[in-house]
Every structure is written in structure tokens, then in C-alpha cells.
Design a protein around this ligand. Structure first.
Ligand code: PHE
Length: 450
């Protein structure tokens, strides 16, 4: 069967880099850095990326390239070729379930970023009379707990997501990433330059991000860094495996993977460099948790002379980042069903997308505060998020590391990654076989115990 392929190395790097760089980089990274005290956390995070995230990302891409098929068939045929148990198929099923759930929560937050883009560009923050931090907090809560508004914005986010995947590998996903990724990087660069010039706080921001104070580091910070390394690189769910299966022969996967991880890390750090100076200049503490971009930033924008412009720019950036990631969650399911049935890609994308949209509606309803979708006082949205970061992603990552590290030796070989110094394979194998599983086991155990 003739499988579609990415058109070039640049195409693949922008697609996979775009999938990795998303809400995790721009919404989550800045607030977890702030919550965990800055520099020391950044160092631990970088170590987790290099020692745990990177080897598993190599494994996923390479399994996809070797399997050369959809998520389910890639794992099945590789296991069979190596006379391993069919039980390894569980990795694929777990992944398919995980990407479904990730998109059902991601599309809700993606919808909020569109809502804030609209508010920033059309209404202007603060024009509704909101002034104090509490007012802005209320405005965000009002959106999150209003099912109709959240549902409309979530739908407006799902429609382009589905259309991109329906459009195909090259003509959908690759084309959009090639358009949005350069735009995203240009917007980030503009925001950084603006922050540096207008606020004069760039030196303090550098100090905050890069000078470590290890006293601020706790065991939970380390866990959070490890968990985020998975989320930000999109590993452990099979999304990157699916993208690896569309690799043309001529791409050097070793180099491409390093570029992708570099891009993702750069975009996260750049988000910090863009956000913190404006906060410091306006004397707002950035330690406000998940509300950092949806509550604290609007306060800052409402006080700035160029707030409407900069605010619109920022939320456009956030929405663009989310939209280059969301197709990567739909693709593994659509690619699998398309192969296994006679349904067209277009029909499959809309069917699967609608099913995910339905679950997203349940997520939204569970936040309305009316008792729907609440279990033991926690809403479905928070439960899903928790299950994903402490269970699905690490468990998937563990299985990928074990499968690739111990069962399929050619995952880390010149045949799949390209001509590389043998020492690099040796080091990667060590990380994949030992460091990655240990790191993941720690998240899993503490996630259950704590
Ligand atoms: N890496 C994406 C982000 O940082 C999130 C993601 C997780 C995407 C899992 C796909 C799969 O926003």
C-alpha cells in the first residue's frame, strides 16, 4: 500500500515541532515555572526532557518509521516480527484512548483561547468595568462555568482541527503547520522584543528563568517537571508514532528529532521571555497558577497603553499554538480507522472529531457547577486532566520505552535513525532502557500514592 509522506525534512520538523509546541508551552510552562520558583525548576525540566522525554520521542518516531503503518498495525506487526506477545497491542489501544481524551480537554482550553482572542481584539480587556484581579478572575470563571459560551468556542476550535486532519497529511496537516509555525515564531519574537524594549525588565526575567535557587525546589517540583516533559513533547500517546509513520526515506531522523526537541524547548523558554517582563513591569506576581494567561495577563493588558494590540497578538499566538497541536491528537485515531475500514479520511475525521466534541461537551458541562459530571466533588475536566498526566501519558511512555528498548532493537539503529556515531546509540539505549522507565515509574507510583 502506498502511504502518504511528508514532503521534506522542514515539513516534518514543522509538523512535529508544531504538535509539540502548544498550550503546554505557552499556557502551562510559564505558570509552572513561576509556581516552582524559576531557574532551578527550568534546569530540572531541561534534564527531564533530555533524559526521559527525548529517548521516548526517538522511540516513538522510530517505531512509526519501522512499523510504516497506523498506530495499531505498526505495534502489532513489529511485535509479531520479533515473536513478542500480542499483549503489546495494549500500547496502541491505550494511546488511542489517551489521544481521544487529551483532545476532549485540549479543545476546551483551545476554545477559551479563541474566546480571549475575541475579547482582546474586539472588546478590549477591562471595558466591561472589570478592574481588580478579583473581577478578572470572575470573568474567567464566568466563561469556564457557562456551558453555552464554552461550548460555542470549543466548537469553533474543533471545526478547524477536524478540517485540517480531513485535509490529509500533506495537504492538511503539513500545509497548516508550514503556515502557522513561522507565524507563531514571528509573533513570539515580536512579543519578546516588545517586552524587552517597553518594560526594561528583560534582565530580571533572564535572572528569574536562568539563575537557579535550588532551595526553592521540592520533590513535587521534580515530579511536575517530569510530567510536563511528557506532555510538552506529546510522548506516551502514540501521536508522534503516527507522525513517524509518514516519514519519507531520505530524512535523517536523528537530526530531525533533535531539532524538534530544540524547537519545543525554545518556544517554551520564549513564552517565558515574552510573558514575564510585562508582568514584572506591572508589578503583578506571576505565581497565579493555571489562571496566569487567562486572568493575570488580561489584567496587565487592560493597564497597558498598547494592551489591545499586544493582548490580541498574545491570544492569537496561543490559539495558533493550540491549532498546530490539536490535529496530532486526532490523526492517530483517524489514520487507524481509515486503514481498517472502507471509510474515507474525510468522513472518518468528521465522525471521530464529532465523538470527541461530544465528550468535550460533557467536560464543559462538568464545570458548570451544577453537579453534572462531578465525582467525589471533583469535576470530569479535572479528573481527565489528572488521569492523563499522572496515568495515561507516563504509563504509555513506560510501555513505549520498554517495547522499543528491550523488544525491538533496531529502533535505535542506523537503519531507522540515519548515520550516527555509535556512541550516540549506546547512550540513547541506556537512557531508553533504564533512565526513562525509572523516571516514569516514579511518576506513576507517586501519582497513585500522593
Ligand atoms: N505537546 C502538546 C502541548 O504542549 C500537547 C499534546 C500532548 C499534544 C499529547 C499531543 C499529545 O501543548
Amino acid at each position: 500500500m502506498n502511504r502518504e509522506r511528508w514532503s521534506s525534512n522542514l515539513g516534518f520538523v514543522l509538523v512535529a515541532g508544531g504538535a509539540a509546541a502548544g498550550l503546554g508551552n505557552i499556557w502551562k510552562f510559564p505558570y509552572i515555572v513561576a509556581e516552582n520558583g524559576g531557574g532551578a525548576f527550568v534546569i530540572v525540566y531541561l534534564l527531564c526532557i533530555a533524559m526521559v522525554g527525548l529517548p521516548i520521542l526517538f522511540a516513538e518516531f522510530s517505531l512509526g518509521r519501522l512499523g510504516d503503518s497506523n498506530l495499531l498495525d505498526s505495534i502489532r506487526s513489529l511485535a509479531r516480527q520479533h515473536k513478542a506477545s500480542d499483549k503489546w497491542n495494549a500500547i496502541a489501544w491505550l494511546g488511542l484512548m489517551a489521544v481521544f481524551l487529551v483532545l476532549s480537554v485540549y479543545s476546551v482550553v483551545g476554545g477559551w483561547s479563541l474566546a480571549f482572542l475575541y475579547a482582546a481584539a474586539v472588546e478590549g480587556f477591562g471595558t466591561d468595568g472589570a478592574q481588580s484581579p478579583a473581577d478578572f478572575g470572575k470573568a474567567f470563571k464566568a466563561l469556564a462555568s457557562n456551558p453555552t459560551r464554552s461550548a460555542v468556542w470549543c466548537t469553533l476550535f474543533m471545526i478547524p482541527t477536524i478540517s485540517i486532519v480531513a485535509g490529509g497529511i500533506r495537504t492538511g496537516i503539513e500545509r497548516v503547520s508550514k503556515l502557522l509555525m513561522p507565524l507563531l515564531m514571528a509573533m513570539l519574537a515580536t512579543l519578546i522584543v516588545y517586552g524587552a524594549v517597553a518594560t526594561g525588565e528583560i534582565a530580571n526575567t533572564f535572572k528569574f528563568l536562568f539563575s537557579p535557587d535550588f532551595e526553592k525546589l521540592t520533590a513535587t517540583s521534580v515530579l511536575e517537571a517530569l510530567g510536563h516533559a511528557f506532555f510538552t513533547l506529546s510522548v506516551g500517546v502514540g501521536a508522534m508514532l503516527a507522525f513517524g509513520s509518514y516519514l519519507p526515506k531520505n530524512i535523517n531522523l536523528f537530526r530531525a528529532t533533535l531539532t524538534i526537541v530544540g524547537l519545543d524547548t525554545l518556544i517554551a523558554l520564549a513564552a517565558g521571555l515574552a510573558i514575564f517582563p510585562v508582568m514584572l513591569a506591572n508589578s503583578v506576581e506571576p505565581t497565579t497558577g493555571p489562571g496566569l494567561v487567562f486572568v493575570t495577563l488580561p489584567i496587565v493588558f487592560s493597564e497597558m497603553a498598547e494592551g489591545q494590540l499586544i493582548g490580541s497578538f498574545f491570544f492569537l499566538l496561543l490559539a495558533a499554538a493550540a491549532l498546530t497541536s490539536s490535529p496530532s491528537m486526532l490523526e492517530p485515531i483517524v489514520g487507524t480507522i481509515e486503514d481498517k475500514t472502507s471509510l474515507s479520511r474525510k468522513k472518518t475525521a468528521w465522525l471521530v472529531g464529532s465523538a470527541i466534541w461530544l465528550v468535550a461537551m460533557l467536560q464543559i458541562l462538568s464545570m458548570s457547577g451544577q453537579g453534572f459530571g462531578e465525582i467525589f466533588g471533583t469535576n470530569l475536566f479535572d479528573i481527565t486532566n489528572y488521569a492523563l498526566t499522572s496515568l495515561f501519558l507516563p504509563l504509555g511512555g513506560l510501555l513505549f520505552a520498554l517495547f522499543a528498548g528491550w523488544v525491538i532493537p533496531e529502533v535505535l539503529s542506523g537503519a531507522s535513525l540515519g548515520p550516527v556515531h555509535p556512541g550516540a546509540f549506546w547512550a540513547l539505549r541506556l537512557l531508553l532502557r533504564f533512565a526513562a522507565p525509572t523516571g516514569v515509574a516514579i511518576i506513576l507510583v507517586t501519582g497513585v500514592v500522593l
